[in-house]
Design a binder for this molecule. Sequence first.
Ligand code: FAD
Length: 459
Amino acid sequence: MEEYDVLIIGAGPGGYTAALRAAQKGLKTAVVEKDHLGGVCLNWGCIPTKALLESARHLNSLRKADEFGIRVGDSQIDALKIWQRKNQVVENLRKGIEFLFKTKGVNFFKGEATLLNKNTIEVISDSAKVQMKAKDIVIAAGSLPFELPNIKFDHKFILSSDDTLQLNRIPGSLIIVGGGAIGCEFAALFSSLGTKITIVELLKNLLPQEDHEISRTLETGFKKKGIRVVTGAKLEAVSLSENGVEASISDETRINAELILICVGRKANSPELGLETAGIATEKGWIRTNEYLRSSVDNIYAIGDITGRLLLAHVASYQAEIAIENISGKQRSVDYSVVPNCIFTFPEIASVGINESRAKELGVDYGIARFPFRALGKAHTAGETEGFVKLLIDKKDDYILGAHIIGPEATVLIAELTLAIKNRIKASQVVETIHAHPTFSEIIPEAIFAFFKKPLHTV
Ligand code: FAD
């Protein structure tokens, strides 16, 4: 039986990062993946959605071309090509991981892994069944779309996000159930491509985790684009109709559309892992871990979505780094207090640190630094003046506590604020830092100037 220092189950951003780091540390490493390299992130999540959104972004720019003095003919959408491009991007990146595994000495096995005990796994592939042993095991098995108990995916009309990414076409109308990040990104994508969208969200706001002003601004923008937003409403049932689906909503309305996409959350991808056999404690399928990412079994670590913490690719890879350091003898604990969150709608949304409700819960005496994109030169040159930056700043010592952005390049701008919050850089230090002109980054010092009652480009 082959023996390793570290065996990793799953090759998503958690698993493949762990594998590369372990091999880099000179550990004899193997990774087992039952589906495609890159996991959900590369095949069913971050990358394919952003590749499709990029096509939509180009289309939106073309629609505004006239404003910039460019006359283009009627733009036509080639849906198949949009999906083919997405597939090509995914394929290229998968090859990239395969190449990294080969060059960095990671042994890769395609097959389904099951734990037999705390040191042994069995891997079943199309052609063989093998057992492997390791000193330490890292479980990075990820998550799957959550299915409503009374409304099952039929993968034809009632779709999961995975199904939607394989559509290869643009539906005439689509009901999106779930107004979280995934639902809002699909709404932005398909409404740009011409689909009539209705979003149904159980809570009273879209993006319930985000700052309330940000989610309200997104909702207003969606409505302006013709997206119907139904909040505070529950999907009760779906029936198939002649032209697609009919959704019954708790407010007694019925909505008809060609397709319905249900993205109301994720569930742990744990049923086949043999967690019980190995004695690993779980909660609703998610693996319980301590601050060192150890499961209830000392030599078995869990990282990424399967830990049920923040279901984000960059959290999975961050946890991977920590788990491998701990396997190599360190005692590094996880810190989830400064995790950026990005939503790739039009305009983009990004946040990091705490929001106002949390600041109130903590009893912090905070002030708000705010600045609109429409007062920024760069925003005018780019023709993108929608949105604002809102920073929460501690009045006592001017540390930045939270940042919330809706607007152009929000997902890029958040990096500076993440660095500032993580490294306790004060607002007064950020404002002393020269930001290049004309760039969107100037919005950060502008907001802080306003906070210190020295606004430059606003009254
Ligand atoms: P996964 O990426 O889920 O990988 C787990 C892998 O383990 C899978 O490939 C699976 O096949 C394999 N596996 C499971 N069980 C076994 C077994 N028994 N044997 C062998 N292999 C096994 N996050 C962001 O940060 N930014 C985004 O923009 C973003 N967009 C998203 C959009 C969508 C539509 C979705 C669904 C998710 C998105 N996410 C995004 C979330 C992100 O994809 C996940 O947080 C991330 O993929 C989790 O990584 P992971 O390594 O934990 O698991």
